[in-house]
Design a protein around this ligand. Structure first.
Ligand code: SF4
Length: 243
């Protein structure tokens, strides 16, 4: 990434951060009440069958979940583009934007691990409803769902619980969490850009990535707010990648 472009992105994000810190909590709470939300415990936001259920997690959130569960980093989270996405990623063979000369696939940030069927690894189905096994340590994306902030505006994701009754105190709590998430996400992005050193792209790089996959591994370099991290995924299929 060109350093001038990177500096200007960071400067824009710093302005956004200052604006985000002054977000009017009461105003956001009033919007939350107008929209209305009551969780139905349906667990749809945690399941793949209902659409995109990826949960982006920050390094601090990963640490918190690891401490809470006693699990290792690799069980809790994975790079956003993992084995199931690789055929799409490499299908065109012209897609070299994310691959370096060693065949490492570069990704940005982490997401919570999912089961084979795509459901969140922490979702528990119980007779009395769906439960989150890490409820007290769940990521901010989950505790604020279906609300989020973008460009200073409150937004909502698809959810069956929208339109439900929301009390005054409840709306204030939700507004506080949504704003906190908004501020933290901007901070994370600034740090990510500050730490990001880039890598050399080139049409030949994809061949090395394909060779790695045929040997049963996908090497990732994950860039996050704390730096760049190498992680390897072992796979069983070569995804029928053609010569
Ligand atoms: S962490 Fe919990 S709330 Fe978030 S998607 Fe997974 S099961 Fe659902």
């Amino acid at each position: 990434m060109d350093s001038g472009f990177k500096d200007s992105l960071i400067a824009t994000l710093r302005e956004e951060l200052e604006a985000a810190k002054t977000t009017d909590k009461e105003k956001v709470a009033a919007e939350v009440r107008t929209i209305g939300f009551s969780c139905l415990m349906c667990g749809r936001c945690c399941r793949r069958e209902q659409g995109d259920n990826s949960v982006i997690v920050s390094p601090a959130e990963i640490q918190r979940i690891c401490r809470y569960t006693g699990l290792e980093h690799g069980s809790v989270t994975k790079p956003p583009q993992s084995e199931s996405d690789i055929p799409d990623l490499l299908a065109e063979k012209g897609n070299t934007d994310l691959i370096d000369p060693q065949g490492n696939i570069h990704t940005f940030g982490w997401e919570l691990s999912r089961r084979e069927n795509g459901d969140c690894v922490f979702m528990q189905e119980k007779r009395e409803g769906n439960r989150c096994a890490i409820y007290d340590a769940r990521p901010m994306l989950c505790s604020t769902y279906p609300f989020y902030m973008e460009d200073g505006e409150l937004k909502v994701s698809e959810c069956e619980g929208l339109g439900g009754e929301t009390g005054f105190e409840e709306s204030l709590v939700m507004a506080g969490k949504v704003i906190e998430r908004y501020v933290e996400e901007i901070k994370e992005t600034i740090l990510l850009y500050e730490n990001y050193g880039g890598f050399r792209k080139g049409p030949e790089n994809i061949n090395k990535a394909i060779a790695n996959i045929r040997e049963g591994i996908i090497n990732y370099i994950v860039h996050d707010s704390t730096g760049s991290h190498r992680t390897t995924l072992r796979i069983v299929s070569d995804h029928n990648i053609k010569d």
